[in-house]
Design a protein around this ligand. Structure first.
Ligand SMILES: O=c1ccn([C@@H]2O[C@H](COP(=O)(O)O)[C@@H](O)[C@H]2O)c(=O)[nH]1
Length: 237
């Protein structure tokens, strides 16, 4: 495994909730099993920066999934703005291009306590047809590889990708980049709106550093049991 992380270091639970109270109820229900939580657009727009600081005060690691995508100056300023919150990871869209990524990387390296930047390649909800329909030729894997090389050259080597691209990414980029993988579905779980999916074990075996899991845990009848099953599935791999 590229990063020698324990299963609890590898599982990020996506807190896709409309209020801080609902998100924190799920955190409480997991009863300390999970160390990482993802705050995405829904929760951040509803609850703002205090949800990040609350999670940090409770001792959890925060992945701030804001998927920044704007002109270089604006994205660099946003990186500086969120750096004081204490999130460990922050996303921006690789499709913003090399100048945007380089400006963000420069801002992060010059800002104390800046999060590690992750470049989002091709959303796991997109398949071949959807990608081609926005004017990108080829397969999601082609585009992920193209964006990954561009992002690394711009100073953002860590990525969000699907499990389907992991083998090729590890072949090209080696063990160092942190590859964070959503679109995780335990066997038998509903795929929802995800297109490029894998089981937790398959994604870790293919080279994922960390897994992002939302609905298979948050919508489960017993979220703690669902999280425990995923941790069990990836332990010993
Ligand atoms: O390509 C991407 C990038 C981010 N996500 C986010 O991950 C979670 C996945 O939630 P599930 O409920 O497990 O599908 C969600 O917050 C997305 O915004 C992604 O799915 N794909």
């Amino acid at each position: 495994m590229p990063h020698s992380l324990t299963p609890r270091d590898q599982l990020i639970v996506a807190l896709d909730y409309p209020t801080a109270a609902a998100a924190l109820a799920l955190v409480d229900a997991l009863d300390g099993q999970c160390l990482w939580f993802k705050v995405g657009l829904e929760l951040y727009l509803a609850a703002g920066a205090p949800i990040v600081t609350t999670l940090r005060q409770r001792g959890f690691n925060v992945f701030l999934d804001l998927k920044l995508h704007d002109i270089p100056n604006t994205v660099a300023s946003a990186v500086r703005s969120v750096s004081s919150l204490g999130a460990s990871l922050l996303t921006l869209h690789a499709a913003g291009g090399p100048a945007m990524l380089a400006a963000a990387a420069e801002a992060a390296s010059a800002t104390p306590d800046a999060p590690t930047l992750l470049a989002v390649t091709v959303l796991t909800s997109m398949d071949n047809t959807q990608l081609n329909s926005i004017g990108v030729p080829g397969t999601p894997a082609d585009q992920v590889l193209r964006l990954a090389h561009m992002a690394a050259a711009a100073g953002v080597p860590n990525l969000v990708c699907s499990s389907e691209e992991l083998t090729a990414l590890r072949r090209d980029l080696g063990p160092s980049p942190r590859l964070v993988v959503p679109g995780i579905r335990p066997t038998g779980a509903s795929t929802d709106d995800q297109q490029r999916i894998a089981t937790p074990a398959a994604a870790i075996a293919a080279g994922a550093s960390m897994l992002v899991v939302g609905r298979p845990i948050t919508k489960a009848a017993n979220p703690a049991k669902a999280a425990e099953a995923i941790l069990h599935e990836i332990s010993g791999l």
